[in-house]
Write a protein that binds this ligand. Structure first.
Ligand SMILES: C[S@@+](CC[C@H](N)C(=O)[O-])C[C@H]1O[C@@H](n2cnc3c(N)ncnc32)[C@H](O)[C@@H]1O
Length: 226
């Protein structure tokens, strides 16, 4: 492993706003801030969660726009997440935290008391192979996990270049009878520059350079068994 990565991992351990509990301690002891995030943040406020956050561009972009709200970015790759965490430390933003763990463990980190109002899923790996459907972050299995803490009117925002994942998500939403709030097959055609959808991530820049359209779907999470 390169020295750069090791330095980033070491810095992550020093940051008070980066949490990276190992699997064993998570299962055995639980996560200390689950149900208690409102007292961890410096201010009370609804939480927006960014999944597959990479360098955390959405958590940073939205936290600058909405300083009275709180944000949590989650990704398994510590060296990527460090980029956002470093900026939060340098700018002393009190409304952003990061979780380094696998997303299927998300119910161990959050509960309804935490006041999560919406989830951004930003350029997740599309997992195109049929056998990998359960790994898609908008599969029924993942929606069920999000419902363990997100209220039925909570929103999911999916931003993706993958036509397959976009259509797959639409089919899950239709099968479950969930309410679609917004839909775009080409964000940069349909939304003006002031839109949150113009916050651009690292992967998004690569897809745009390749001439791909960026898709967006926003829907209510609803309840299991609807
Ligand atoms: C294509 S990248 C997108 C990163 C960022 N959102 C962007 O747009 O630049 C997908 C990200 O999902 C993360 N990821 C994939 N599966 C994950 C999982 N099961 N748990 C946590 N992170 C995951 C990867 O580490 C990677 O950073």
């Amino acid at each position: 492993m390169g020295k750069g990565k090791l330095k980033r991992f070491a810095e992550n351990q020093q940051f008070g706003h980066v949490f990276e509990p190992d699997y064993q301690s998570l299962i055995q002891k639980g996560f200390e801030w689950k149900g208690n995030w409102q007292s961890w943040f410096k201010q009370p406020g609804d939480i927006t969660l960014e999944l597959a956050c990479g360098k955390g561009e959405y958590s940073l972009g939205l936290s600058a726009r909405y300083p009275h709200r709180n944000f949590i970015g989650m990704d398994i790759k510590g060296a990527r997440l460090w980029k956002g965490a470093k900026q939060v430390a340098e700018e002393q933003r009190g409304n952003v935290a990061f979780l380094r763990q696998r997303i299927h463990l998300i119910p161990h980190f959050l509960s309804p008391e935490d006041r999560v109002s919406d989830i951004w899923i930003v350029f997740p790996d599309p997992q195109p192979r049929e056998g990998k459907e359960k790994k898609r972050l908008t599969s029924p299995a993942f929606l069920s996990r999000y419902r363990s803490f997100l209220p039925p009117e909570g929103k999911i925002h999916l931003k993706t270049d993958s036509r397959m994942l976009f259509e797959y998500t639409e089919s899950v939403v239709a099968e479950q009878g969930l309410r679609v709030l917004e839909r775009s097959e080409n964000v940069y055609r349909d939304y003006g520059p002031d839109s949150e959808l113009h916050i651009r991530t690292f992967y998004e820049s690569m897809w745009l350079e390749m001439g791909r359209d960026i898709h967006y779907l926003c829907f209510e999470i609803g309840s299991d068994g609807l």
